[in-house]
Unconditional design. Structure first.
Length: 416
């Protein structure tokens, strides 16, 4: 962080903290949780996010043709641009009690300190987006003029791997020098996650009336050796010291014709989720699937199986030595007095598409990812406030300061 004179950094930090309206931020978080926003149904949450950014006096606010929300804090034009990303959609509530209540509860029930906001989308991740919106807006409210520009993006369709979110924005030309994902990281700096390739393996048989199954070749039975081979392969996959173990999981099986008709099926489709690490690629994983299929075919000439890659969520890994990693850890230390640790998500985040577009990206966010998609989803209030404070400092470190025009604190504690 630039420091032009004795006391400047202290004054700037004091101004940032004074300009952060924590009470309004927590209320806004609760209100966002109370808005159902399943994937493809984010319009009400997007409208609320637009209203929030306008109330926070972002320089420009926009919503695109897919429903992605964008807010700009414009700089003087001679500093880097930081793109901050989070998503507005959430997974179905399932059997969660009062999923859209947005209640404040004592976090002692989870052996955690203080109060928490509980509800679907609280940790994953509407509260994180709101905290980023407030933390970044405090820069302008404190009278700090950035050298570079901050772009906040709240996108859609993340939970269903939709191309309509940040991928759509990047395809239309959105660019930045650095990126930040505000997905939950337990308040540490994350460098990425494993990639994911999903394959459909279609095993072929021969149809027959189910009253005379011997006249056919049941594709379900024919797929059993494949399932066993996939299970064996899953036990010997390589690890990575930061991203963790590569994995393989069968996530769906379907037969055709199905639906209870009296037919021996002539097709059994096995869907495989393969998480990969550096040194592996979609091409090597396809070859892995082909090797498994070919080995079964050698033992059984009647075994026929097609392989198709049906989904790819790219590998995301920022070099631990990249300057952005140190910037993010230093911003954390500004508030928490230590740099924490570097880690990686187990699940995938949209920061991967920013990284693929050539934008060096790291993650930092409140909340523990273990609570995402669970009936106990929640995020700690203190972590939201701390994260908001850190976001402002991180943006200052990335974008630089053009000039300060410190706002004064009034006798009533408000900043003007």
């Amino acid at each position: 962080m630039d420091q032009t004179a004795e006391g400047t950094e202290f004054d700037r930090d004091r101004a940032l903290d004074g300009a952060l309206d924590t009470d309004s931020m927590i209320t806004a978080c609760q209100q966002m949780v109370r808005i159902p926003s399943l994937s493809g149904e984010e319009s009400e949450a997007a409208a609320a996010m637009v209203d929030c950014l306008r109330a926070l006096d972002y320089d420009r606010v926009d919503i695109d043709d897919k429903g992605n929300v964008l807010g700009w804090l414009d700089g003087e034009g001679n500093g880097p641009t930081l793109l901050v990303n989070g998503h507005l959609d959430h997974v179905p509530p399932g059997d969660m009690i009062d999923p859209y209540g947005g209640r404040l509860v004592d976090a002692a029930r989870w052996n955690e300190p203080g109060m928490a906001i509980v509800g679907r989308g609280s940790c994953d991740m509407k509260c994180n987006v709101v905290a980023a919106a407030f933390g970044l807006a405090a820069i302008k409210r404190a009278g700090i003029r950035l050298a570079g520009t901050v772009i906040l993006n709240a996108d859609v369709g993340e939970e269903v791997d939709s191309p309509d979110g940040v991928q759509h924005l990047l395809a239309r030309g959105l660019r930045a020098d650095f990126g930040l994902s505000v997905e939950a990281t337990g308040m540490n700096v994350y460098l990425g996650h494993r990639g994911k390739v999903e394959f459909e393996l279609r095993v072929h048989g021969r149809m027959a009336h189910s009253s005379e199954p011997s006249r056919g070749d049941n594709a379900i039975a024919r797929a059993l050796p494949l399932l066993a081979a996939l299970e064996r392969r899953a036990t010997i996959l390589p690890p990575h010291p930061l991203l963790g173990q590569a994995t393989l999981a069968v996530i769906d099986i379907g037969a055709s014709p199905g639906g209870g008709v009296a037919v021996v099926p002539d097709r059994c489709t096995v869907r495989v989720d393969r998480r990969y690490i550096p040194g592996e690629t979609p091409e090597t994983l396809y070859a892995e699937m082909a090797e498994i299929v070919d080995a079964i075919g050698v033992l059984d000439s009647r075994f026929h199986c097609d392989i198709e890659e049906v989904n790819h969520y790219p590998l995301f890994f920022t070099d631990p030595e990249h300057p952005l990693v140190e910037i993010a850890r230093a911003a954390r230390a500004d508030i928490l007095d230590d740099r924490g640790y570097v880690g990686a998500w187990r699940f995938g985040v949209n920061g991967t598409f920013m990284a693929r577009a050539g934008i060096p990206t790291v993650g930092f966010g409140p909340g523990n990812e273990r609570w995402a998609h669970t009936p106990d989803e929640h995020v700690l209030v203190d972590e939201l406030i701390t994260a908001a404070r850190i976001y402002g400092r991180l943006a200052l470190r990335v974008c630089g300061v053009a000039s300060p025009e410190w706002h004064e604190e009034r006798s009533d504690g408000q900043w003007q």
